[in-house]
Ligand binder design. Structure first.
Ligand code: ADP
Ligand code: MG
Length: 259
């Protein structure tokens, strides 16, 4: 029997540009993200970090350039040497390969923690209700919240809600997980429990892309750090390079402000 080798979750971003009206939110962004690696994106407010994450998930359509996850183009299907734009249904299906964790948790308040985690695989007909609930319990255990399975999500602390949101993002078994400032909305004493869960995921082989201002955390887990200003990547490389020996004055300036 032939075994197919799957590189899971390699992201390649080539010449991506995006405008809002006349405002250039992303300008010719190029970034290679190896499967299973952890990429941390830093940069001042308004530099295009969220926009870049949203394009990876096709929540935002790019004006120019291409994004590929493994052998699939985001938003397109390839036939021969031609690319055809995907229809909405195919985009939704493609999006299941990419989990997204928002700053503001976005749980369904009228559902329990368990129901929040079980919802997507049921809606996408990936799992039966029973199997989705069993998986949800396993995922809640993974984020340390098995004992809160039946709690209403609105009754959980911010840190607990964000951990449920991470379990929910994992429920469709994505190859890639995107985090957009996952701890920015949390009280300081709740940040650690969420970072611990992300750190654990970083060792699990999934590809993680994390926008964060937690520089000490980036230092601990990042394989590469990307620094953005005004829609462009100014500097990228391993921690020792970008955080310890930045080449650009903008990077040095920014780090001096956040450290
Ligand atoms: P960051 O996440 O680095 O703070 P964003 O990617 O959210 O930056 O935004 C980059 C710039 O694009 C900001 O100046 C923002 O105001 C602008 N922007 C983002 N989304 C939209 C939108 N939907 N319409 C118009 N402008 C937007
Ligand atoms: Mg943002």
């Amino acid at each position: 029997m032939l075994t197919r080798v799957n590189a899971l979750g390699t992201i390649s971003i080539s010449n991506v540009s995006k405008r809002y009206g006349t405002f250039q939110a992303l300008n010719n962004v190029n970034l290679a993200i190896p499967a299973g690696s952890v990429t941390v994106i830093i940069g001042p407010s308004g530099s295009g970090k969220s926009t870049l994450l949203r394009t990876i998930n096709h929540l935002e359509r790019v004006d120019q350039g291409l994004i590929k996850i493994d052998d699939e183009y985001i938003g397109y299907r390839q036939k021969g040497d031609k690319l055809y734009e995907l229809k909405e249904k195919a985009i939704l299906k493609q999006r299941t390969q990419v989990g997204y964790v928002f700053q503001s948790f976005n749980l369904f308040p009228h559902l329990t923690a368990l129901e929040n985690v079980a919802e997507a695989p049921i809606a996408h007909k990936q799992l039966s209700r029973k199997a989705a609930h069993a998986q949800a319990l396993t995922l809640l255990e993974q984020v340390g919240l098995k004992h809160k399975a039946d709690a209403w999500s609105r009754h959980l602390s911010g840190g607990q809600q964000q951990r449920v949101a991470i379990a929910r993002a994992l429920a469709l078994r994505p190859k890639v997980l995107l985090f957009d400032e996952p701890t920015s909305a949390l009280d300081p004493e709740l940040v650690g429990e969420v970072l611990n869960v992300i750190e654990q995921l970083a060792r699990s082989g999934k590809t993680l892309v994390i926008v964060t201002h937690e520089i000490a955390f980036a230092r601990k887990i990042a394989d590469q750090v990307v620094f953005m200003v005004e829609g462009e990547i100014v500097e990228q490389g391993p921690v020792e390079q970008v955080l310890d020996a930045p080449q650009h004055s903008r990077t040095r300036q920014f780090l001096a402000q956040v450290l």
